[in-house]
Design a protein around this ligand. Sequence first.
Ligand code: ADP
Length: 209
Amino acid sequence: MREPIRIVTIYSQLFEKKYKGSLDEQADGFIQHTVEAAQRLEALLDDLLAYTQTAEGPQTVDSPVDANACLANTLTVFESAIAESGATVTSDSLPVLRVNEVHIQQLLQNLIGNGLKYRSEAPPRIHISAEKDRQMWKLGVIDNGIGIDGQYHKQVFGLFKRLHGSGKYAGSGIGLAICHKIVERYGGRMWVESEPGQGSKFFFTLPGE
Ligand code: ADP
């Protein structure tokens, strides 16, 4: 699937480069819509592949990982988004988790990325919390963003479920479905506590030391 989509993207971009401005205004609009849709399709396919590659069933772990180091890595990915939005990201001291590094990275990236994306007027404030919860660790990604109405608290973890149109926020509705699937593979739980306008708290439990 990647190959034909790639070709649509490339040729629509070439078309735009060559003919933009030389046809009428309406044609320019058509070209722009085509280019944008092709790019969205590519991004969607990437996310979908990441979702399908998150296999089902119990997960074996290579070696335990320090979640503090994973967080530091994730923050480098968002360096410019954090600087541009004036965001502050703080965290408790995080545990060593018995989870593959790539999975912690995916969780933190999706959740922190959403915290930055679904921001309110105020500069984003994101806190990563950690507390021991019996045999598991309970981690939280807490933001001061637009929040989520109670009726959607379960639905947001569904595949392709989006509460906000692609006009205002880019996305494909796959990130939280991936997070949920990862957490379940390790026998953990994932949920959100939130109210519109009051920020969101995404919690998940994972095995650790
Ligand atoms: P995407 O961000 O690509 O749309 P996600 O699966 O990450 O997909 O999220 C699903 C939906 O849940 C989003 O479209 C958004 O409406 C809502 N959402 C996710 N995270 C937050 C958040 N931190 N604050 C408010 N709404 C959120």
